[in-house]
Structure formats: structure tokens, C-alpha cells
Design a protein around this ligand. Structure first.
Ligand code: ASP
Length: 466
């Protein structure tokens, strides 16, 4: 087994230069576009190429000035390998350096234009280079970052390495920016911690990707994951990982990807006061629609409509095979049938999306609907199950009869419970009267017991004390 050296660091990797005792992690940065690499143009900020040379090579925190060795990167489906010049960070607080190279996509996007094709390109790039790197950092615009994180979390299966997505509210080349910290923090996480999840790193916090949402249009604290604490938080000196929250694979399976999400047949609709059943019906009758995310009020409530017209519209669509998932418009909390309107949705067959974000619900639906042999019933069931930690499952209490004989005390209590549940007052009285030694006739803190002075005619509702 590898042992730590005097500095508490791991021993050198095999390919390490003998004269450099500090170990290196190898990270592939995948550049998809977004503000982080943008420059001003006459038509507003647009993504620009040459991120590694223009933005990173000149900055000491991203380049320790050492000889730039080449890193092999697989660049296409044919498995063609190309040598990319690399850069290396100075030693981190953990006594490692991070060696990395940037692979720029052919077309750099403002992330508001990304779709399932772009997600598939990211997934394929990770898959092709999976064995060559210790982890991956994906640079992406912030606008649709939460959708991409959610989609990738489902597309990357049996993930065994960190995939950290980040971006910035201000470009790297702006004097005051958040790009430097977001990228450096992502590199450190990907290069040091075995967090085998798709994560979003922003403003010193590492979120589970499929739990995150964009909460601010211009603040540096642009993301949050209101229903799941951060997986890690970076302070001035270290990154503290909340290991208990980190998901790990539960079986030994090869990493693989699923790329054909069915995003063209899903939609999202936000309920508002006064929404007409005809509007909802029109969406549900869109040609080819297979799944709908319904953003409802509070704990999952929507108007039932005059004479239940809304509920009928939803029920009819579900009968036609459309999967409808109920998520809340609130930032925190879960959908549950607490109120009558929520209950009638679930009776109509609408799936409770629990505490799924809209982003996770939509991308999960698109992922499940695209799986071979998926049926609406199966998809509906999977929507309430956590596949990648995207929701908090509701644990239902299970009532069952014990297998063996019950201890006497528990037996009395159980029999009493049944008698109460059945409203059998005579039986309740009989059981209570029979219990002379313990349990039901134990004295309370003032010495009172229910039985001793019980008049023969009293009913169970008015058993006197004393
Ligand atoms: N419109 C930009 C994008 O999402 C915004 C950003 O990156 O922050 O690509």
C-alpha cells in the first residue's frame, strides 16, 4: 500500500520527473464557452478562443513557469490522439501540483444556446479521455449551467472521477472577476478529491450538480442548492469536503455514457393563478409530447379548475401516455399531497417530483424517456427514485406483523392499538381494566392511575384518573 511521505503527501506518480518530488494530478479542462472566456464585441460579449494562452499562461497561479510538457488528448470518435501543451499550478496547500490542458470545442457557445447535442459532446469528450486524466473541469456559461450539470449527472453512468463544472459572472480578462477563483477552486477539487460526481463549483462552494440552480443574474454567489448542503466549501486555507454527502458507486461497473436525451419531447409549464385548463391542454396536445414538468404552488398544488376541468385535462394526458411530474415553484421543500388540490393531482396520476429542481426534473425525464424499452409507467416510477442523489426519497413507515412471539407487554399494547383502531370501546376497557401491574396502570408523575377508581359504566373516552 502507498504510504504518505514526511509532508503528508502521496508518493510521486510513476511518470514524475525524478528531480521534482511534488506529485501531480492530471486534469482536462473542457472549454464550451460562456462568460469566463468572453471578450467585448460590437454586438456584446462573445466567447473568444485561445483561453489557455491568453488567460492562463500569463498568470502565476495557473502557471508555475515550468517546462510545458505535452498531454495526450483524444479529440474525436476515431480515437485520434493529439498532443496538447500543458500548464502546471504551483504546489497547492495539499502539497500537489495540478497539470492541465485546455481542450476548446470547435464552436464556443453562449450557454443559452446549448442543447442535448452540446451535452452529448461534453459526455463524449469525458468518455474518450476518461483513462488519461484524474478528473475533468468543464468551463461553461452560467445561464444554463444547472441544466447541463443535471443532464450530465444522468448521462455519465458509473462515474468514478470528479467532473466539475464552473463558469463566471465576469470574464477572466476583466480586472475584477470571479473567473480566477472559480477555475482555481475547480482545479484543486478535481485534482485532489475523489468526488465521483458531476458537481458545480462556484463562489467557493461545491454543489451536487443536479441539485443546483442559478439564483443570481450578476452576483458572484450565482448558484445555490437549496435542498442539499454543499458537498464542499473552500475557505482561505483549505477545501473542506462533507464526505458523508458524497455519492460513490455501489457496484463495480465500467464507466459509460448515455447521449441521446429526448429533450425535444419534453416541456415545462409554470402554473399561475387563473391559468386556463385549455392552455395546459394545448401544451399537452403538442405533437410528440411525452413528458411535462408542471411547476406548481407550494407543496404541489394547482387549481382543479371549474368542475375539475384542469384535473381532467391532466388525467386524460396521462391516459394518453404522457408522464407529468409535479415540482414546486418554491426554492426549498418537497411536493407532497398534503392539501386537497395536491391530492387530486396525484390521484389523476401526476408524479410527485418531491424536491427535484425543475432543471433536474426536465433532464431526468428526457434521460429516462430515451432509454430503450422505457414505458410511461416505468418512467413515472423512476422519477420518484434517486438515481444520482438528485432528490430526497420519502421513507414510508412500514407496518407489519412481527414474525415471532411478542413479549407480554408489547402484546398488550398491540392488542390495545388494534382495539382503538377498530373503535371497539368494550375491548379497550377490558384491556385497560386487566392491566394491573404495569404499563397502562403505571402511576403518572402525581401518582394517578387510570384504573383504580374507574366506575363500572365509564366509556373509554372518559376514563377518570384517581
Ligand atoms: N450568457 C452567458 C452564458 O451563459 C452568461 C454567463 O456565462 O455567465 O454563456
Amino acid at each position: 500500500m502507498a504510504s504518505l511521505n514526511m509532508n503528508g503527501t502521496l508518493p510521486e506518480l510513476a511518470e514524475q520527473q525524478p528531480e521534482d518530488p511534488i506529485p501531480e494530478s492530471r486534469i482536462l479542462i473542457i472549454m464550451t464557452g460562456g462568460t469566463i472566456c468572453m471578450r467585448p464585441s460590437p454586438s456584446g460579449f462573445v466567447p473568444a478562443r485561445g483561453f489557455q494562452e491568453q488567460c492562463l499562461a500569463r498568470v502565476p497561479t495557473f502557471n508555475d513557469g515550468s517546462h510545458s510538457s505535452m498531454m495526450n488528448v483524444v479529440i474525436n470518435a476515431a480515437g485520434e490522439v493529439k498532443g496538447h501543451s500543458s500548464l502546471r499550478t504551483p504546489p497547492t496547500a495539499y502539497g500537489r501540483r495540478v497539470r492541465y490542458t485546455v481542450l476548446e470545442f470547435e464552436e464556443l457557445l453562449d450557454s443559452s444556446s446549448i442543447d442535448a447535442k452540446g451535452w452529448a459532446e461534453i459526455a463524449r469528450t469525458v468518455e474518450r479521455n476518461y483513462t488519461l486524466f484524474d478528473g475533468f473541469v468543464v468551463l461553461h456559461g452560467t445561464d444554463s449551467l444547472a441544466y447541463t450539470c443535471s443532464a450530465l449527472s444522468f448521462m455519465l453512468q458509473n462515474l468514478g472521477k470528479p467532473v466539475i463544472l464552473t463558469g463566471a459572472q465576469a470574464p477572466m480578462l476583466e480586472l475584477q472577476n470571479d473567473a480566477t477563483d472559480n477555475l482555481l477552486g475547480s482545479l484543486v477539487v478535481a485534482g485532489h478529491f475523489m468526488i465521483p460526481e458531476v458537481c458545480l463549483y462556484f463562489n467557493n462552494r461545491l454543489f451536487r450538480g443536479n441539485r443546483s440552480i442559478k439564483v443570481a443574474a450578476s452576483d458572484f454567489a450565482a448558484f445555490d442548492s437549496p435542498n442539499c448542503p454543499p458537498l464542499a466549501v473552500t475557505t482561505s486555507m483549505r477545501t473542506n469536503v462533507n464526505w458523508e454527502l458524497v455519492n460513490r458507486p455501489r457496484s463495480l461497473e465500467h464507466f459509460r455514457i448515455q447521449t441521446n436525451l429526448d429533450t425535444t419531447h419534453v416541456a415545462c409549464l409554470r402554473i399561475f393563478p387563473g391559468i386556463k385548463p385549455e392552455m395546459v391542454d394545448a401544451v399537452l396536445k403538442l405533437e410528440g409530447l411525452r413528458g411535462l414538468v408542471l411547476e406548481t404552488f407550494g407543496a404541489g398544488n394547482a387549481p382543479s379548475g371549474q368542475d375539475n376541468a384542469m384535473t381532467n385535462v391532466l388525467a386524460a394526458a396521462i391516459k394518453r401516455g404522457i408522464v407529468i411530474v409535479n415540482v414546486t415553484q418554491c426554492l426549498t421543500g418537497s411536493v407532497s399531497p398534503v392539501y386537497a388540490p395536491g391530492m387530486s393531482l396525484s390521484r389523476a396520476g401526476v408524479v410527485a417530483g418531491l424536491d427535484l429542481t425543475t432543471e433536474a426534473a426536465l433532464t431526468k425525464l428526457a434521460y429516462l424517456l430515451a432509454l430503450p424499452d422505457s414505458t410511461p409507467d416505468w418512467v413515472a416510477k423512476q422519477m420518484a427514485v434517486s438515481l444520482r442523489g438528485e432528490l430526497t426519497e420519502v421513507s414510508q413507515p412500514v407496518f407489519r406483523h412481527p414474525d415471532g412471539a411478542l413479549p407480554e407487554r408489547v402484546q398488550s399494547l398491540t392488542v390495545l392499538g388494534y382495539a382503538i383502531a377498530q373503535g371497539d370501546l368494550d375491548r379497550v376497557q377490558e384491556i385497560v381494566a386487566r392491566e394491573h401491574h404495569w404499563l397502562l396502570n403505571d402511576a403518572d408523575y402525581s401518582g394517578n392511575t387510570p384504573i383504580h377508581t374507574r366506575p363500572p359504566t365509564a366509556s373509554c373516552g372518559d376514563i377518570p384518573v384517581h
